[in-house]
Ligand binder design. Structure first.
Ligand code: DGL
Length: 268
């Protein structure tokens, strides 16, 4: 049987935090990653646009032979998971449910903070998933749109990032949260600064780690031998992607191609 890859898509480079964890957990699997760098960011876009883009991205990954699709993007996951599941013939995983399960397993006082893009926070996907798992949970949400640009600028530990983080997180700290869900692909890169700002009494939950673990339920047995191949596709700006990707993944990106999404990939 032909070796089929795991397909991962994101609005751009941020989903590489998810790629990194999945690569670590599944060293033998081939992985195809699609970053929609021509249309990033998804965070401020309307639900209907994110649905349309997500379906196109997923169909492209199926065209690449993917056996399962992981939606690395929190904004897409928060609105498009069911939409894709209804339309695709292969399993689709999102990051919201795994991240919520980890949050519920982590909290001691049932007071959980969630940070994400405007789209993710507006969708209420995290509070709904968390409250469905833990009825008495109190969820406090905060959009942090500037974090995406700070990461892409490489300002992971810059003093400006600390000031911005303090401003965003103060309202959540005032609610006495003990757990903070990093509900955006870029935020795990800011873990150090975020942990300093929230202090040691608050545990950070990384939905990238959570989804990699969840994938074991879908692919429980090692599917293949040998070292898995990494294949990257983007819809624009290969050079910028390669520069940020090698910083996030701490390795050079060798197989990187630009694609233009075409009609046939998203027709039924
Ligand atoms: N990948 C997006 C997310 O996780 C962040 C970047 C964007 O707004 O597209 O929500």
């Amino acid at each position: 049987m032909k070796k089929q890859p795991i397909g991962i898509f994101d609005s751009g480079v941020g989903g590489l935090t998810v790629f990194k964890e999945i690569r670590r957990a599944f060293p033998h699997e081939d992985i195809v990653y699609f970053g929609d760098t021509a249309r990033v960011p998804y965070g401020p876009k309307s639900k209907s646009t994110v649905l349309e883009y997500s379906l196109q991205n997923a169909r492209f990954l199926m065209h690449c032979g993917a056996k399962i699709i992981v939606i690395a993007c929190n904004t897409s996951s928060s609105v498009a998971l069911e939409y894709l599941r209804e339309r695709l013939t292969i399993p689709v995983l999102g990051v919201i449910r795994p991240g919520s399960e980890d949050a519920v397993a982590t909290t001691r006082n049932q007071r959980i903070g969630v940070i994400g893009t405007e789209g993710t926070i507006r969708s209420k996907a995290y509070p709904q998933a968390i409250e469905a798992l833990l009825l008495q949970a109190k969820v406090y949400s905060q959009p942090c749109p500037l974090f995406v640009s700070l990461v892409e600028e490489g300002w992971d530990e810059h003093p400006v990032t600390r000031v911005v983080a303090t401003e965003y997180l103060q309202p959540l700290l005032e609610q006495d949260i003990d757990t903070l869900v990093l509900g955006c692909t870029h935020y795990p890169i800011l873990k150090k600064v975020l942990q300093k700002v929230v202090g040691s009494g608050v545990t950070l939950v990384d939905s990238a780690l959570a989804v990699a673990r969840q994938l074991h339920n879908e692919l429980p047995m090692p599917q293949s031998d040998g070292v898995g191949k990494d294949i990257f596709y983007v819809s624009d700006n290969e050079d910028k992607f390669a520069a940020i990707a090698s910083r996030i993944l701490e390795q050079d990106i060798t197989s990187l191609h630009r694609v233009i999404l075409c009609e046939s990939w998203f027709l039924a």
